[in-house]
Design a binder for this molecule. Structure first.
Ligand SMILES: Nc1nc2c(c(=O)[nH]1)N[C@H]1C(S)=C(S)[C@@H](COP(=O)(O)OP(=O)(O)OC[C@H]3O[C@@H](n4cnc5c(=O)[nH]c(N)nc54)[C@H](O)[C@@H]3O)O[C@H]1N2
Ligand SMILES: Nc1nc2c(c(=O)[nH]1)N[C@H]1C(S)=C(S)[C@@H](COP(=O)(O)OP(=O)(O)OC[C@H]3O[C@@H](n4cnc5c(=O)[nH]c(N)nc54)[C@H](O)[C@@H]3O)O[C@H]1N2
Ligand code: SF4
Ligand SMILES: [Mo]
Length: 672
């Protein structure tokens, strides 16, 4: 509940960004102005601290460029914006929706593209409003985690995480293609604690990351080759008879086949593919044998490759053959949605997929190819389509076919700049919401600390307003409830099981502090949800063909330190920390091309080119070029101009479409 502290009013919040940490935040307001935010000390994962981005929230809320009122652009892309009222905006949008409905006889010409700007439960109002119109077109799938979710589902029957705080009990922690020192900062203290208690920390990454700097052993793997590394380790474990035979016999399925198929791989081939020596592989295998329990955290970065799913399965197998599953401090951690046990009534779904589903990652093609009817109106929310999507150029082109683009955001992003109407929306300090994490097991609340900024409205209010406007023009057109408050909507999201697991009777108790869902260590009972009820080994034979790229360097574009995807880099405090985008290259590449730190360079491939300043660093391997993804305002440098949409091997099963092999991108570089 809001409390008084000296002269401040203190309210509770949850950071709703697409971030592992989903921190619990305390906000301090005075006379209706947000003065300060801090991490909630009662949340054992947040532990009273925020990240740099989190501390910059006060500046984000009052950012001078924050959208204040709805705006209409006279000619798309012209930059000639005119402020309009909500009534005018809604009238334009509703008129277009109705005229498209009359033209085509249905609402399939309306498309929703929404993703991860805000993961709060009430932010599903956009989907709810669309579903309330009957069948429409909606983007499904995910650029984050699809391949890994499928890999876990095939192996275990579901994707679960142990409470990340349990990492303190590990004796061996392998951080495999994950960079928590940047992307999940609040996990690091548990890793440090485990180290104090004798754990060995191994980081496997092509880049010598900040996380790698904190490790005991760093393995610089070739990009996209982790599957070979995992197979090589398995070969040594089995050759040395270090496997946990009892575990394999009792709890796994497909061992013989797996063991047999390992024999198809020549050990030396595997070594050269992943760029490691026999000593390194043996050391890792021996560590896995001797240091128990072992916890492997496979990151999202790891599976943004063509064989991303199979790679995760090959790594999961290492946990299975060493019997490192189900006990505290062991397991393979990826992500979970066990804590997302809401009713999802807000989605207003009459049946699953009661809409025309298009893959969020091939949205450009959908815009070009869908017919009967084609997409004519695009509603974008929580999504910076034009900085974050692969095949960016093709997407820009496809937008031309649209008659109306509406973007709901807080800022005039590159996506908003190519829209006809922008609608300003509230932040987590101006609205009610409930937020769960895909990593830890806490649930937290957002309550209004301050009034909505100028004319901005919450996602829910916008959905309700559009629904009302449509129904005035054509009664009964939209069944999205317009008479319920945000609090009513939250009421409708909770159920008895969720209350029981949170040990509360009413969601309002979250106003007294966040709550952790009590969940056992992942797979504690060793009864898996696969058809055989056992851990199922990867059965498929690998496609051993390596792709022969036309350009000499891998382009890795992982997640930046001071950003969440395209968010935060426009914040004045963050801009000071990272004023411009940069291309990071290895000293040998630099010397060969006479590039020094600060040189302007062009990075290019068959898809396009970008120009930015170079930074020379030993952290990057000689075969790769690194450009941290995101959006640096005013720079006009978009790494996704170089990235095409190549699907990962898995992803369909859980999210409905494959992931994106963002990092299977090859480029060349030249000094300008
Ligand atoms: N090259 C390359 N590209 C990548 C990746 C990569 O590794 N490399 N990673 C991919 C991954 S994993 C992801 S998740 C995607 C992320 O891509 P997006 O889902 O587009 O994520 P964000 O950039 O975090 O946020 C999108 C927008 O949401 C807005 N927003 C914030 N809060 C709200 C709100 O409450 N309401 C509304 N309506 N809008 C809000 C923000 O201002 C921002 O403009 O990018 C992908 N793109
Ligand atoms: N600061 C910050 N935090 C974030 C985000 C952000 O943008 N910034 N984004 C959030 C979102 S949407 C997501 S999806 C997560 C992503 O967070 P992570 O799961 O940490 O994923 P990435 O940062 O994409 O990649 C992690 C590491 O994988 C490495 N990698 C790339 N290719 C390979 C490979 O072939 N093998 C191996 N072993 N490693 C490889 C990269 O070099 C990188 O260091 O973070 C979330 N948290
Ligand atoms: S961005 Fe991530 S680490 Fe930072 S405050 Fe938000 S949830 Fe916490
Ligand atoms: Mo993501």
């Amino acid at each position: 509940m809001a409390t008084e502290n000296q002269s401040y009013r203190i309210t509770r919040h949850a950071c709703p960004r697409n971030c592992y940490d989903t921190c619990s935040i305390l906000a301090y307001t005075q006379n209706g102005i947000l003065h300060k935010v801090e991490g909630d000390p009662s949340h054992s994962y947040t532990n009273g601290k925020l990240c740099t981005k989190g501390y910059s929230y006060t500046n984000r809320v009052y950012h001078p460029e924050r959208l204040r009122t709805p705006m209409l652009q006279t000619h798309r892309g012209s930059g000639r914006w005119q402020e309009i009222s909500w009534e005018e905006a809604m009238k334009i949008i509703a008129d277009k929706i109705l005229s498209l409905n009359h033209r085509y006889g249905n609402n399939l010409a309306l498309a929703l593209n929404k993703y991860s700007g805000n993961f709060g439960i009430l932010h599903n109002a956009a989907e709810g409003m669309f579903n309330s119109l009957g069948p429409t077109t909606q983007a499904i799938g995910s650029p984050c985690w699809s391949a890994g979710l499928d890999a876990h589902t095939y192996d275990f029957g579901d994707y679960l995480t142990s409470d990340p705080e349990e990492m303190v009990h590990s004796q061996l922690i392998i951080l495999w293609g994950v960079n928590p020192a940047w992307t999940a900062v609040h996990s690091m203290p548990f890793i440090y604690k485990a180290k104090e208690q004798g754990a060995t920390v191994v980081v496997i990454d092509p880049i010598y990351t900040t996380t790698a700097r904190k490790s005991d052993i760093y393995i610089q793997v070739n990009p996209g080759s982790d599957i070979y590394l995992a197979l090589a380790i398995a070969k040594v474990i089995i050759e040395q008879n270090w496997q946990d035979t009892k575990f394999i016999k009792q709890y796994t399925h497909g061992w013989e086949h797996y063991n047999e198929s390992l024999k198809n791989y020549d050990f030396n081939d595997l070594l050269s593919l992943c760029g490691q020596t026999i000593e390194v592989i043996t050391e890792l295998a021996e560590l896995m044998y001797r240091k128990r329990p072992m916890m492997i955290w496979t990151g999202f970065g790891l599976q943004r490759h063509l064989q991303g799913g199979q790679t995760i399965r090959a790594i999961n197998a290492l946990a299975a053959i060493t019997g490192n599953i189900g006990t505290i401090g062991s397991g393979v951690q990826f992500a979970q949605q066990q804590t997302w046990q809401f009713n999802y009534n807000i989605l207003m779904r009459s049946a699953p997929h009661s809409f025309r589903a298009v893959d969020i990652n091939t949205f450009d093609t959908a815009l070009q190819e869908l017919d009967n009817p084609p997409i004519k109106l695009l509603w974008i929310s929580c999504r910076n389509l034009l900085t974050q999507s692969p095949a960016r150029k093709s997407l820009m082109k496809s937008l031309k076919n649209l008659e109306l683009i509406v973007t709901v955001d807080q800022f005039l992003t590159p996506t908003a700049q190519l829209s006809d109407i922008v609608l300003p929306t509230t932040t987590q300090f101006e609205e009610w919401d409930i937020v769960a994490s895909y990593w830890h097991h806490w649930i937290a609340i957002n309550e209004p600390a301050i009034k909505p900024y100028y004319d901005s409205k919450s996602e829910l209010e916008i959905a309700q307003l559009l629904s009302k406007t449509l129904n005035v023009l054509q009664p009964g057109f939209c069944r999205f409830p317009t008479d319920l408050s945000s609090e009513d909507f939250i009421d409708n999201e909770f159920n008895n099981e969720l209350y029981q697991q949170l040990d509360i009777n009413n969601w309002r108790e979250l106003l007294d502090g966040p709550k952790k869902i009590k969940l056992p260590t992942a797979w504690e009972n060793l009864s898996f949800k696969t058809p055989t009820k056992k851990f199922e080994f990867l059965m498929a034979t690998l496609d051993k063909k390596s792709n022969s790229p036309k350009y000499p360097y891998w382009l890795l574009s992982p997640h930046a330190q001071f950003a969440i995807n395209s968010q935060f880099q426009n914040n004045p405090w963050i801009q000071k920390l990272k004023p411009e985008p940069e291309v990071v290259i290895n000293p040998i590449t630099a010397t060969d091309l006479a590039i020094i730190t600060g040189s302007m360079v062009k990075v290019f491939n068959q898809n396009g080119s970008i120009v930015a300043k170079a930074r020379v660093s030993n952290d990057v391997p000689g075969n790769s070029i690194v450009f941290y993804q995101g959006w640096t305002p005013k720079s006009n440098v978009f790494v996704n101009d170089l990235v095409e949409n190549q699907p990962t091997d898995m992803g369909n099963f859980v999210t409905g479409s494959p992931g994106v092999a963002f990092y299977n991108t090859f480029v060349n570089i030249q000094k300008l």
